[in-house]
Write a protein that binds this ligand. Structure first.
Ligand code: ADE
Length: 353
């Protein structure tokens, strides 16, 4: 099956007249474009802008990223979430230093071969930095293309992505690939909005859109619901002695790898349950105070948390590190901000740390 899209050239002028001024659109430096694309993968544009400038002023080059100490890198990424993105970026930076003489690859295949870079990101960097004629089809562009073609299948299915990507590639006007790809992303982000809310009256492709022609612009695209998230219960204990708080480092692999977190157990406990858990290992807190419930949603998992602040004396603090979890250590509260990356999953309890 082949999908045909209409003439898309009207979006080029539309883009020039309507684009948002975004910092990563001012550059052709593949490194800076790469950083923006990785940040934008799972984070909204408004949130990315702040992180982008700070990241690049501290790490202005591939070489600087390749050499950045892990704790500092995690700190720079703190708040963006999905930390494997930045770990892969550092792997890729090291690979550019060792295998590409420190020069960012300037071919699609070279870019695609780097860790953490898939078809979309490779197309984005190849076109934005080098104007190479590759499509950059992210979720926004998939939606635009699916509506233009009144595509009735699940756009998240790999076969659909392939078809739609090929259709976008075939419809690319011969003018700048960079402008075309940015324009498609922009149309999806600001006009051809998801969840039944397209602003068709503002669309430069209004008259060419199949979905619009048959009145299906609200219903399309079809997105099959992914499997429900696994829900995990967690009781989080902010263990404090004076102006220090107990932290532990998460394992080097898996969810939130290598980041710092307060102690927790994988079940929901009430205040008496917390007291009993601590008493079991010989800990008698001075005070246990409830901090309320909080929720954090990851891609495939949802944490439902209940928090408590536990105030300890010096003697009980030693028992905590010996009997409760040998990975725990007490960090001064005023050093957490500068020295320990704590994932935003714990943001509800961060003020007590
Ligand atoms: N999302 C992904 N890439 C983008 C870009 N270059 N501009 C705006 N939003 C984006």
């Amino acid at each position: 099956m082949e999908l045909r899209l209409p003439d898309l050239s009207p979006i080029l002028l539309w883009y020039e007249q309507n684009k948002r001024e975004l910092p990563w659109r001012e550059t052709r430096d593949p490194y800076r474009i790469w950083v923006s694309e990785i940040m934008l993968q799972q984070t909204r544009v408004e949130a990315v802008i702040r992180y982008y400038e700070r990241f690049l002023s501290r790490l202005p080059s591939v070489a600087a990223l390749a050499e950045c100490p892990e704790e500092e890198l995690m700190k720079l990424w703190e708040g963006l979430g999905y930390y494997s993105r930045v770990r892969n970026m550092q792997k890729a930076a090291r690979c550019i230093m060792s295998d590409h003489g420190g020069v960012f690859p300037d071919t699609f295949e070279g870019i695609l071969s780097l860790p953490g870079i898939g078809e979309y990101t490779a197309g984005a960097i190849a076109s934005f930095a080098f104007d190479l004629p590759y499509p950059a089809v992210d979720g926004n562009v998939l939606r635009v293309a699916a509506r233009l073609a009144a595509f009735e299948q699940d756009i998240l299915a790999p076969a659909s992505k392939k078809l739609l990507t090929a259709a976008v590639a075939a419809a690319q006007p011969s003018a700048s690939a960079a402008t075309f790809n940015q324009a498609m992303i922009e149309l999806g982000a600001t006009v051809c909005l998801p969840n039944g809310a397209p602003r068709c009256e503002k669309c430069p492709l209004f008259e060419k859109c199949e979905a619009r022609a048959i009145g299906a612009e609200q219903r399309l695209p079809i997105r099959k619901k992914p499997a429900p998230r696994k829900v995990e219960q967690r009781t989080v204990l902010i263990l404090r002695v004076g102006d220090t708080v107990a932290l532990r480092k998460r394992p080097e692999k898996g969810l939130l790898a290598g980041l710092f977190e307060p102690f927790s157990v994988p079940e929901t406990l009430d205040q008496r349950g917390v007291a009993a858990l601590l008493a079991d290992v010989g800990i008698k807190p001075l005070r246990i105070a409830p901090l309320g419930e909080a929720k954090h949603i990851f891609t495939h998992i949802e944490w439902q948390m209940t928090g408590f602040e536990v105030i300890l004396d010096e003697e009980n603090a030693q028992t905590v590190c010996k009997n409760l979890d040998t990975g725990l250590f007490f960090a001064p509260r005023d050093e957490i901000d500068s020295g320990f990356a704590v994932p935003s999953a714990y943001s509800a309890y961060r003020a007590f740390m």
